[in-house]
Design a protein around this ligand. Structure first.
Ligand SMILES: O=C(O)CCC(=O)C(=O)O
Length: 226
């Protein structure tokens, strides 16, 4: 389950499960929340499901329309997968690498995303796309808005697994000052409504070793895209 290696899981991957803690909620804006540790009770279901998805659709480094290779490895599951190449950013029903539909969204993923959206004040969230981002040390994501979805009435639900990262949460303009939000294994960020189009990104991942995921951070971003 590595960005550049879709081989078998690390032995003992599930031996050291985190102990669930009650969720602490932090507000980033009027309709954006960090749900601390929200996913910890789901980890035992999420990680095997993630391995199944990645066996079918391994991480790959996509190219932006400007010709830059992204430092983050990408995969997707669900009806729609987010892709980028020289012709643009878009959602596609087909994985451009395998030319097959993306793997189905595992039930545990969907349930977690819906529960997190509900906990953050967004009922009726039904994700049809889950973008899976893999960061190795040094990988980053520049400030951007999520704008390829058909309408913006549904929130974005974003789960962090593995190594800690510094998430940037900015304003409606790229030049607005960003908050720096440390995100840990099991944290979920939800933003929608008036905050749906806020710029966000991730600073370069620091070196480290996570007890379950090794030298990487994996982010699952759930969207209602179609
Ligand atoms: O990795 C993250 O926490 C954010 C990912 C992200 O911004 C995106 O996929 O659009």
């Amino acid at each position: 389950m590595r960005c550049s290696d879709s081989g078998p899981a690390t032995p003992g991957l599930f031996d050291d499960l985190d102990v669930p803690q009650p969720t602490r909620v932090e507000n980033l804006g009027p309709q954006s929340r960090v749900l601390r540790g929200f996913a910890l009770p789901w980890i035992e279901r999420l990680l095997p499901a993630l391995e199944t998805v990645l066996a079918e659709a391994p991480f790959r480094h996509m190219v932006t329309p400007g010709g830059f290779t992204m430092s983050v490895g990408l995969s997707s599951c669900g009806q729609l997968g987010w892709t980028t190449d020289r012709s643009g950013y878009r959602y596609s029903r087909i994985d451009p690498q395998s030319r097959q539909p993306w793997p189905p969204m595992p039930e545990a993923f969907r349930q977690l995303a819906e529960a997190a959206a509900q906990a953050a004040g967004f009922s009726a969230f039904t994700p049809d796309a889950c973008l899976i981002n893999c960061y190795r040390p040094g990988a980053k994501m520049s400030l951007h808005q999520d704008k390829n979805e058909r309408d913006y009435s549904a929130p974005i639900v974003s789960l962090s697994l593995g190594l800690p990262a510094l998430f940037l949460f900015g304003g409606q303009q790229r030049s607005d000052k960003s908050q720096r939000v440390p995100l840990l294994h099991g944290d979920v960020v939800v933003w929608g409504g008036v905050d749906r189009l806020r710029y966000h990104g991730v600073l370069p991942l620091k070196d480290g070793e996570h007890s379950l995921l090794g030298q990487q951070r994996i982010n699952l971003t759930f969207r209602q895209a179609g």
